[in-house]
Design a protein around this ligand. Structure first.
Ligand code: ARG
Ligand code: ZN
Length: 876
């Protein structure tokens, strides 16, 4: 069944209050829901109340405390319909359901993980707890009573403020919670169990003291201190930057080890995948620390962008997600290096969102139809959604953007709204018509901008010709031209910027050029010598750019741009043609050539002590194999791409050997471990240099030394990755893998890394290893992190291993998907999206991939999640 945006209408009944009582039991939990409704004005008196439900056993149904006659209701598989309800007066419906948390392997609704009761309700999990109008525009105030065995379940948590609790004399106890803020059901949460806690307090700008608590498994408390620090920094930042204060007496985070996603912003009670809470130097990498900081912030920021102001319907998901990602990006940029953060964002966007936008799963940031909403928690909604928010800030400028945000918070607090409501705030404060801009929400596909320049020395003008094209995507064959904000710079020979006297043919605001027509010719006047154009500074617009620039011009940008992001981009643009040509040479069995201009530019950046180490590490990291595949565009051979890239790496490694050796000495971080961005940057540059040196030397000794010397997880896992990926069959790699496994056998998050490192070993042999690892006693097919670490990373991040020419990788994945789907449809569907680019493979592989997808469709009893993905993938 497909749901359409245009069919939206408000509910017939208004929900006033919710009172929930849980009697927790691992297999027989009893839920009593008392719901007070009244008929919405204008709704006909015979309209029935229709509630959502999923896998529920109903044991009681009352209207104002009287049993409802069987003739007056229908309990179907997914709905409960109640007829003959009061025409105008409020009434109370009491529903008793029984559910089995232990048997709930979908991890939606109420489930058990390591003896802890836990909920996940977004998007439609609350209907697995009780019958309810389970949609985001139904906002109500909740009271929650939790009853459980006191000895095994001492901790009883829900949203809002704690009202009180006591023992009950029969070995059980109860706790009551009240959340004064009206909320939709997807923000409901309950956690109960026996957990340890890290506590702190935060005083808000207006003086409210907030108790902060992070709950983790007993013994893991020391690993939650970084998360606590990140939380406090997030709270201050939101006050300073967006004027947003916290609004309850308590803010809680619970870390659980079985979780389908990263984390969840339930009001006052965020639930996290423990991967994004737990960290210490011995077990967490710098990337882990950065992720924890970003996700703690993200969930906290949802308190305003998501919870106080929520979505009218699930089509508006980007209203909260795109905006909140933008906010967490800005937070991390302020906490760390803005440039390096932006590079990481753009790498991620290009690696994940661009392929989605270019393949059969492409959809608008604000979709208009869906079959399974869980499949729309995508990088398009999240990351492209964030880029669209960023573009609003770019188009309006910082001050008007802030005014627009303030208006949004003020006007819509307490409401469930739409993207149109959001955009209207910015249109109003800026007096700009944002109709064309809004196409970013409605048109799928990555716009392609083609650019060319001509300098006229006699007239002292530079003419820039721009043309935009948005490619067709499923369900959208023709597109309108978009409003594309391109930040630009004109660099003169000495590296300074040209002083332009006038611009015609485009609106300019500061360094932002507004491309709004399909074709636009822009003339810059007063330019005394031929400039080099730096286009799309800071990745101001999420586009593909075709701009034929000479390597010399690109090297000039890489050297002189004041926008450091643009320097990185120029290095990338220098590298890509080399990597594409290398793939072709490798395919043809010819020697691979690497331009000196690329090597010179990379090594100059590497050795430039004025640049921060983290930036230099990014500069040295070549475009990924997936980036190269995307640049080639079609008929891709992952083996050739890999082989070509390896040879380019070797060429750079040999040319830069002395520089890399010097860096491995200079970038040693001494003293006690600190996860701060500067130290992390030094480690990143040192490890990048190390990996080049290993290319140059082509033997494992240096990586073995690094492995033995490592005193933190960043260095240790890097060394292990180099050994396993470069010398997979060596005794050294086997030894290091065994040492690592033995040392961390009882730390699940570190063992996930052990699986991931092996799942991503390049080459056709990886599949045998992955298959063998599935039989390892440490593999656990019902833990989402473990499944993602092995099966997920194999499919997503091992291009040569997964795309084996004989198709065995795809057949393996098809079998895994069918198996995972029987337990956890959401996880299965997510991992299956790893095949989203199958149509851009060369014919033989594409044929195997198509057959594997067809094998999945032939599976019995496919979930809606998986069948939605597989069908779109075969159709699009
Ligand atoms: N709202 C959560 C977050 O972005 C993620 C929830 C994902 N839900 C889902 N059904 N996939 O922070
Ligand atoms: Zn979110």
């Amino acid at each position: 069944e497909i749901i359409h945006l245009e069919d939206y209408r408000p509910t017939d009944f208004v929900l006033e209050r919710v009172d929930l009582t849980f009697e927790l039991d691992p297999t027989e939990t009893k839920v009593e829901a008392r719901l007070i409704f009244h008929r919405r004005e204008g709704v006909s008196a015979d309209a029935p109340l229709v509630l959502d439900g999923d896998e529920l056993t109903m044991t009681g149904l009352l209207l104002d405390q009287e049993e409802i006659a069987a003739a007056n209701y229908d309990a179907a598989e997914h709905t409960l319909t109640i007829r003959h309800l009061p025409a105008a007066a409020p009434f109370e419906i009491t529903i008793t359901t029984q559910i089995n948390p232990e048997a709930n392997t979908t991890l939606m609704g109420l489930y058990r993980t390591s003896n802890v009761y836990c909920t996940q309700c977004e998007a439609e999990g609350f209907r697995r707890i009780t019958y309810f109008p389970d949609r985001p525009d139904v906002l109500a105030v909740y009271t929650v009573n939790i009853i459980a065995d006191k000895a095994s379940t001492p901790l009883l948590l829900s949203n809002g403020n704690y009202l009180g609790g006591a023992g009950m004399g029969d070995g059980r106890h109860f706790a009551a919670w009240f959340d004064p803020h009206p909320k939709p059901s997807y923000l409901f949460a309950l956690v109960a169990g026996d957990l340890g806690v890290v506590e702190d307090t935060f005083t808000t700008l207006s003086g409210r003291e907030v108790a902060l608590k992070i709950y983790v498994e007993h013994g893991k408390e020391p690993r939650a201190t970084y998360a606590m620090d990140a939380l406090k920094r997030s709270m201050s930042w939101d006050e300073e930057r967006f004027g947003r204060e916290y609004d309850l007496d308590i803010f809680m985070i619970v870390a659980v080890s079985d979780f389908n996603m990263g984390a969840m912003e339930n009001k006052g009670l965020n639930v996290f995948n423990d991967k994004y809470v737990l960290a210490d130097p011995e077990t967490a990498t710098d990337a882990d620390y950065a992720n924890i900081e970003a996700i703690i912030a993200h969930e906290y920021f949802h308190n305003w962008t998501g919870n106080r102001i929520t979505c009218r319907d699930w089509f508006q998901l980007c209203l909260k997600e795109g905006l909140t990602v933008y906010r967490d990006h800005e937070f991390s940029a302020d906490q760390r290096s803005r440039t390096v953060k932006r590079i990481a964002e753009v790498r991620h966007l290009k690696a994940e969102q661009f392929p989605e936008d270019a393949g059969p799963l492409a959809h608008p940031v604000r979709p208009t139809k869906f079959r399974e909403i869980n499949n729309f928690y995508t990088t398009t909604v999240y990351e492209k959604g964030s880029e669209v928010t960023r573009m609003i800030a770019t188009v309006l400028g910082a001050d008007l953007f802030k005014k627009g945000m303030d208006l949004y918070f003020e006007r819509h607090d307490g409401q469930a709204v739409t993207i149109e409501d959001f955009v209207a705030c910015f249109a109003e404060v800026s007096k700009r018509d944002l109709t064309q801009f809004s196409l970013w929400y409605h048109q799928a596909g990555t716009p392609l901008v083609s650019a060319s320049t001509a300098y006229d020395a006699a007239r002292q003008t530079l003419t820039l010709s721009l043309e935009q094209m948005v490619p067709p995507t499923p369900g959208q064959s023709s597109k309108e031209p978009m409003h594309i904000p391109l930040r630009i710079g004109l660099l003169l020979e000495d590296g300074t910027e040209a002083q332009v006297t006038s611009v015609s043919g485009a609106e300019m605001t500061g360094d932002v050029l507004h491309l709004v027509e399909r074709k636009q010719t822009v003339v810059f006047a007063g330019i005394t010598s031929r400039p080099v154009l730096s286009l799309n500074r800071g990745f101001s617009a999420p586009i593909n750019l075709h701009f034929e620039q000479t390597p010399a011009d690109r090297a000039h940008i890489a050297r002189y741009e004041s926008d450091l992001f643009a320097r990185w981009q120029a290095l990338n643009d220098l590298a890509l043609p080399n990597l594409v040509a290398a793939a072709a040479s490798a395919k043809a069995g010819k020697p691979v050539h690497c331009d000196a201009s690329l090597i010179d530019a990379l090594l100059a950046a590497a050795a430039d002590g004025d640049l921060e180490p983290a930036f230099r590490a990014q500069a040295l990291s070549l475009p990924s194999e997936a980036d190269i595949a995307r640049e080639i565009g079609g008929n891709n051979d992952p083996d050739a791409i890999h082989a070509g890239r390896q040879q380019i790496m070797s060429a750079i490694a040999k040319a830069g050997q002395t520089i890399f050796e010097k860096l491995t000495d200079e970038m040693v971080v001494s003293g006690p471990f600190s996860p701060d961005a500067a130290s992390a940057g030094r480690r990143a540059l040192r490890n990048t240099a190390l990996s080049y040196l290993v290319y140059a030397e082509n033997q494992p000794a240096r990586a073995v030394d690094a492995f033995n010397a490592a005193n933190n997880m960043t260095d240790l896992s890097q060394a292990l990755t180099i050994l396993a990926h470069r010398f997979p069959e060596s005794a050294e790699a086997a030894q290091a893998l065994a040492t690592f496994k033995a040392r961390f056998a009882d730390n699940a998050l570190v063992i996930d890394k052990w699986f991931t490192i092996q799942a991503t070993i390049p080459g056709a042999a990886a599949l045998n290893r992955v298959t063998a690892l599935m039989a390892d006693p440490l593999f656990n097919g019902s833990n989402p992190n473990r499944v993602r670490a092995l099966v997920g990373t194999f499919a997503f991040s091992n291009p040569t291993g997964f795309n084996r020419a004989d198709g065995e990788g795809y057949r393996f994945l098809a079998r895994q998907i069918l198996d995972i789907d029987t337990r956890n449809p959401q996880l299965a569907a997510r991992i299956l999206t790893s095949m989203r680019s199958w149509r851009s493979l060369e014919d033989v592989r594409a044929g195997h991939a198509r057959n594997a997808l067809r094998d999945i469709t032939a599976g019995k009893k496919l979930s809606a999640d998986v069948s939605d993905i597989v069908e779109r993938m075969l159709k699009g």
